[in-house]
Design a protein around this ligand. Structure first.
Ligand SMILES: [Fe+2]
Ligand SMILES: [Fe+2]
Length: 130
């Protein structure tokens, strides 16, 4: 499996979003490298970060009147629910779903960043969040 890595393909040249996205890649890479003993902890940290990350983006969209916010926030909700399900299963000793998501999340995240987050970065450049 390729370990997630920050790259120029993810860079939006908007620091507040780039900082969140870099952190997500770091946490994802840690979860991908984790052995069975560490996966639950690493997955829990990833889910905590993603909760904060998506919550911050959702707030920025609400407070600055971003037009695409419903579709973007819906994608956040769907993915966060899946990650939380994986966490609940990992807590019950079933690591396979979290492992599979750890493999698949990188490709999803690249698409999400290049579409929804890129549009949000463009919007926030001219609508400074409160
Ligand atoms: Fe993001
Ligand atoms: Fe997003």
């Amino acid at each position: 499996m390729d370990i997630a890595e920050w790259s120029d393909a993810l860079r939006l040249d908007f620091d507040p979003l780039d900082a969140l996205n870099r952190k997500l890649i770091e946490d994802l890479a840690r979860a991908q490298r984790a052995g069975n003993d560490d996966l639950l902890l690493a997955w829990g940290e990833l889910v905590a970060h993603v909760t904060t990350h998506f919550g911050q983006e959702d707030r920025w969209m609400r407070t600055t009147g971003h037009g695409q916010s419903e579709a973007h926030a819906l994608e956040h909700r769907v993915v966060l629910n899946l990650l939380r399900e994986g966490l609940a299963q990992a807590r019950n000793g079933q690591l396979a779903p979290a492992r599979q998501m750890a493999r698949e999340l990188g490709a999803w995240f690249l698409r999400h960043t290049q579409s929804f987050d890129a549009a949000l970065a463009l919007h926030l450049r001219s609508h400074t969040p409160a």
